[in-house]
Design a protein around this ligand. Structure first.
Ligand code: FE2
Length: 471
């Protein structure tokens, strides 16, 4: 049953699902298990600047060493109730540390993102979820995550990219993609836009999309929940089809609703304080700074003339508080070896020129010139939206780029005639079109510093590989 209530924050009527009264079991209320859990990435630099600490102050504060690997764990209960975590470095959860106890409420759709502080770096933690004083996992294996290295360090590591999910309610088959991605032992999983493609219109629909994606009981999504969400830190950006409509832009009237649902369901770094909402964020892992773009909420209409007045990142003319200056300042001041730009739409202008960066070439060329003029090295783009595994060495847009395929395409079996959502375009290293499901694998190595972009199919077989050497 859906009951509209006045949302005081937004001043809009947001439908909120009314709770049924919990079923009684003797003297106890009975609650379902939490729906899912996952983990935001380590957050030292952003969190510390957010708290007013300067760069470099993150590892030490007040004269004594401080751990700074904050995590956030997403939990959803089936009824309004209390929830807390127990966590430990022991796989059997011996001598666990309790988190504070929180209440889930209908106002936030029974979700709670629980912060964990004081964690050690590069350490695996195991967790149990306690709902209304009842532990939800009876025995190992417990959900787990591994914290990040201290900032400013250098490591050899890899992460995976999953983007443009098929609508969960239309899935008909299990695919190996999630298991194959998990088998690479990624330090995090980046979940791109179009988390699925259902074009959710109302806050109820938008919330339901996340519920379906996070629910271990959703047919054919079990591996995603068990092998990715419950074991791997994630970061997520939205695109058009998970935000509301095809080719969405700043004129969409419900960005604030999108952000509210995003904040309920997606652990994130501190989000920009702008109206309408935006979700651009930066995080770091060892020698990589990662810039997560919001390519939708700020963009001018794609059919506008492509001139200096047209922007994908600052169509609202926010200037110093906007996304374009945030990106330029972040790139300019980054001391990381690698600057990875997660862009939900491809930078390659040889296709999707009606909607992707090809439709915003004036702004992209200015950004490229800014990067080159300032001799900013190690810039790489990771994109979705095209539904095609492909790699370009930088010939097309100025910087190396990987386009990542859907993880769970429902295209007919080979020979496939069309995986891409538009024409395939021109990619120096080629594209993989024999089958349509797969993921992106990014490996960063040292001595010499290099970054490997790889297109993997459903089974983890590498179909295209390109190595970027740091100059
Ligand atoms: Fe898509």
């Amino acid at each position: 049953m859906v009951v509209p209530i006045l949302d005081r924050l937004e001043g809009k009527k947001l439908p909120v699902t009314r709770c049924s009264i919990a079923k009684a079991r003797g003297n106890r209320w009975y609650y379902e298990s939490f729906h899912s859990s996952f983990y935001r990435l380590g957050a030292c630099p952003d969190h510390d600047s957010w708290r007013g600490l300067g760069p470099g102050a993150d590892a030490r504060a007040g004269g004594r060493r401080r751990h700074c690997h904050d995590r956030e764990v997403f939990v959803r209960t089936s009824q309004p109730t209390s929830v807390r975590l127990l966590y430990s470095t022991d796989p059997n959860l011996g001598n666990p540390t309790p988190s504070p106890t929180f209440q889930t409420t209908m106002r936030r759709d029974l979700t709670k993102i629980i912060p964990l502080n004081g964690l050690a770096s590069e350490t695996t933690y195991y967790m149990n979820v306690v709902v209304n004083d009842v532990a939800q996992f009876a025995a190992p294996p417990y959900p787990s995550f591994k914290t990040f290295p201290l900032s400013g360090t250098s490591r050899t590591f890899n992460f995976v990219v999953l983007t443009d999910f098929f609508n969960t309610y239309e899935l008909t088959q299990n695919l190996q993609t999630f298991a194959s991605a998990a088998a690479t032992s990624p330090v995090f999983a980046f979940i791109g836009g179009d988390f699925d493609h259902r074009n959710p219109q109302t806050s109820t629909d938008k919330r339901q999309m996340f519920k379906d994606l996070y629910n271990v009981a959703t047919p054919h999504m079990e591996d995603f929940v068990n092998l990715i969400l419950r074991k791997t830190p994630i970061m997520h950006q939205w695109d058009d089809h998970d935000s509301g409509l095809n080719n969405l832009d700043k004129t969409y009237p419900y960005w604030n609703v999108n952000q509210q649902v995003f904040q309920e369901y997606v652990p994130s770094y501190p989000l920009p304080s702008v109206t309408p909402a935006g979700i651009w964020q930066k995080f770091s892992y060892a020698q990589a700074d990662c810039f997560v773009l919001d390519c939708r909420s700020q963009r001018d209409v794609a059919t506008d003339p492509d001139d200096a007045n047209k922007s994908m990142l600052d169509g609202n003319n926010l200037g110093a508080t906007g996304e374009l200056q945030w990106l330029e300042n972040g790139l300019l001041t980054s001391t990381a070896r690698w600057k990875i730009i997660f862009t939900s739409v491809i930078t390659n202008p040889s296709t999707k020129e009606n909607d992707a960066w090809g439709a915003y070439q004036t702004e992209w060329n200015a950004l490229r010139d800014f990067i080159n003029t300032n001799n900013i090295q190690g810039v790489v783009s990771i994109a979705g939206d095209l539904h095609l595994g492909a790699i370009d060495n930088g010939t097309q847009s100025g910087f190396p780029e990987i386009s990542v395929a859907k993880p769970n395409s429902e295209q007919p079996p080979p020979p496939v005639t069309q995986c891409a959502s538009a024409r395939v375009g021109i990619w120096s290293e080629g594209y993989y079109n024999d089958t349509c499901s797969g993921f992106g694998l990014v490996t960063i190595l040292e001595n010499p510093d290099r970054l490997i972009l790889q297109v993997a199919d459903e089974f983890g077989a590498i179909k295209i590989s390109y190595t970027v050497l740091h100059p």
